[in-house]
Design a protein around this ligand. Structure first.
Ligand code: ADP
Ligand code: MG
Length: 278
């Protein structure tokens, strides 16, 4: 069922079908020249919100693909459709037109239950405001997605402990979320996003609520997860300093993807006091 994580979802078994297969790290960083299957395949998606008689076309034919092992920023001005796109990529909402395949799975005709399962097994979420459970310890927060996935208590504890160690919080396991700094809370959220060995991590403005040093540390952690474990990570951000630290930058404007380009000069966040110090 659920592939083993041990805190480091490493290049695991190549696997067949099924919602709970872990595909990350199997490709994208191995130098193989065989064509890869995109982990995100968005074709001509539209999203129209209806408010009474008024229709808002938030996405109008957005097309993009993202391959395993990539580290991507999706950027665009306010109102361009970033959150709408993120909600669709995260299977929190569905497009009103076009198709979206996640890890080879068609999502647009899925029921709410199927979407909930794909969210829990294929996607790790990291939010600007951390979204941890209050008055709950770090380890209990990290175990949460595994409870939904039906993982037994002992394995939950082991995997959550390993994930917290992997994000540098091995000594804070029993701390309550309100006893942790913002940067530490975001590390807990990242550990939580990893435990079900997702195909992608979606991070919405992950440094937006952090001071500049903690922000650089969080981007460093994402860069390490990407380069050392091949995890596919997608940031949604308006911050050009984050985009300078990702391998690909996708730009959205008026509900359309206007560019999708590799970044020729990826900056490294590790060791920096701030993302802007270069
Ligand atoms: P961004 O995240 O880039 O700021 P959004 O995806 O939030 O952009 O919004 C894109 C457009 O869709 C905007 O015009 C916004 O007002 C509209 N919009 C977003 N969500 C809704 C909604 N739930 N109902 C109606 N209109 C919406
Ligand atoms: Mg937004």
């Amino acid at each position: 069922m659920i592939s083993t994580v041990n805190g480091k979802p490493s290049a695991s078994t190549a696997n067949g079908s099924g919602l709970s297969s872990g595909i990350n790290a199997t490709n994208g960083t191995n130098g193989s020249s065989a064509p890869l299957r995109p982990v995100i395949d968005v074709q001509d998606i539209a999203k129209t919100y209806k408010m009474g008689d008024i229709e808002v076309n938030a996405l109008q034919g957005a097309t993009m693909t993202i391959y395993p092992g990539d580290l991507v920023s999706i950027m665009g001005p306010s109102g361009s459709g970033k959150s709408t796109l993120m909600n669709i990529l995260g299977c929190l909402d569905q497009p009103t037109g076009g198709s979206y395949k996640l890890d080879g799975i068609e999502t647009e005709k899925m029921s709410d239950d199927q979407l909930a399962e794909i969210r829990n097994t294929k996607i790790g979420f990291v939010f600007q405001s951390f979204n941890l459970l209050r008055r709950t310890t770090a380890i209990d927060n990290v175990e949460q997605p595994m409870i939904y996935a039906g993982v037994g208590p002992r394995q939950r504890r082991e995997r959550a402990t390993a994930a917290l160690q992997a994000v540098g919080l091995g000594d804070r396991i029993k701390h309550y979320s309100n006893e942790l700094s913002g940067g530490q809370q975001q590390r807990v959220a990242i550990a939580r996003s990893l435990v079900n060995n997702p195909a992608i991590i979606l991070a919405d403005e992950p440094t937006g609520n952090l001071d500049s040093k903690s922000g650089a540390e969080i981007i460093c952690l994402f860069q390490r997860l990407n380069s050392e474990q091949g995890i596919t990570i997608i940031f949604v951000t308006h911050d050009p300093r984050i985009a300078q630290h990702t391998k690909r930058v996708i730009r959205i404007s008026d509900g359309r993807i206007v560019s999708n380009e590799p970044n020729a000069n990826v900056l490294q966040a590790c060791g920096k006091k701030s993302l802007s110090d270069d």
